[in-house]
Design a protein around this ligand. Structure first.
Ligand SMILES: C[S@@+](CC[C@H](N)C(=O)[O-])C[C@H]1O[C@@H](n2cnc3c(N)ncnc32)[C@H](O)[C@@H]1O
Length: 267
């Protein structure tokens, strides 16, 4: 029993680390991305495994999207998935509200002519127009597909609903939304313990996230039902997913966070 309780000795350290994070989420994210020095399998970013393995698991579901339409990667971060999506769709547009993330994503995608990036807060009024303008700049007009990974679980309930509503004019009648999110069932202490944090040590990419970012929540079927109401959206498919992190416990394989995926279309 004592070993099961030992993880709670982490709490003072977690409180100390997370109290330094800026309270405004955009400031927190932009400062976080400004501090990132390297990405991929040995980099600073907790959720960047540096591998296409997770995306490959989603391909059978993504194949239900219209492959002739471009895809918009909402909350793209450093653009790891945008670059992979550009191999499967005619164009991939990565959007993030952090200008530092978008700078980094552009730099990492240099030479990929079918990927582009723009700064956009996808919860804000007018976001759909920014998406349309960014797509038009690359010669695309009309409906688009949407990909979201690891973004909704960091938003509060009203921002999730605002983001989903902004996607309706983006997908129109032909596009669809694929989302994959962490859906960890325990407390924040359970979550960081799952990723290898102990009272004595915390893996550096995890510590960087705890220190700089708002505490994430979970996003599963219940949260999806609230954000994407049935009056507006048809659920095509949903299920469990494994969100792959940068390798933490073993340098040659990613750690896994229990997750949730869904495919939706506008009604
Ligand atoms: C956990 S990261 C995931 C990045 C990327 N999707 C991936 O899986 O590698 C979450 C990203 O969402 C972005 N984000 C958060 N809220 C946003 C919003 N309202 N509009 C656009 N991007 C947002 C953050 O800046 C951050 O880059």
């Amino acid at each position: 029993m004592f070993s099961a309780l030992r993880k709670y000795l982490l709490i003072p350290r977690l409180i100390r680390l997370s109290s330094a994070a800026p309270k405004d989420p955009l400031t927190a994210w932009d400062q976080y991305w400004g501090r990132v020095r390297s990405t991929g399998a040995s980099g600073d970013v907790l959720w960047d495994s540096g591998s296409a393995h997770e995306l490959h698991g989603y391909l059978p579901t993504l194949e239900q999207l219209d492959p002739a339409l471009p895809i918009v990667d909402v909350g793209c971060g450093n653009g790891s998935f945008t670059r992979l999506l550009a191999q499967h769709f005619p164009h991939a547009l990565g959007l993030d509200y952090s200008a530092n993330a978008v700078d980094r994503a552009r730099h990492e995608a240099e030479g990929i002519t079918t990927a582009s990036f723009a700064v956009c807060d996808m919860t804000a009024p007018g976001a759909a127009q920014i998406v349309a303008t960014a797509l038009e700049a690359k010669g695309w007009e009309g409906d688009a597909n949407v990909f979201i990974r690891g973004v909704l679980h960091v938003l509060d309930r009203s921002d999730r609903a605002a983001l989903a509503a902004n996607l309706l004019p983006v997908v129109g009648t032909r596009g669809g939304v694929f989302l994959a999110e962490t859906n960890f069932p325990g407390t924040p202490v359970d979550y960081v313990s799952h990723l290898g944090a102990t009272r004595n040590s915390i893996p550096a990419p995890l510590e960087g996230a705890i220190r700089g970012l708002p505490m994430p929540g979970r996003f599963g079927a219940a949260q999806r039902a609230k954000a994407f109401p049935t009056a507006d959206w048809n659920l095509v498919e949903e299920g469990s997913a494994s969100i792959e992190t940068r390798p933490l416990s073993n340098p040659s394989s990613p750690d896994l966070i229990p997750g949730y995926y869904a495919l939706l279309r506008a009604r």
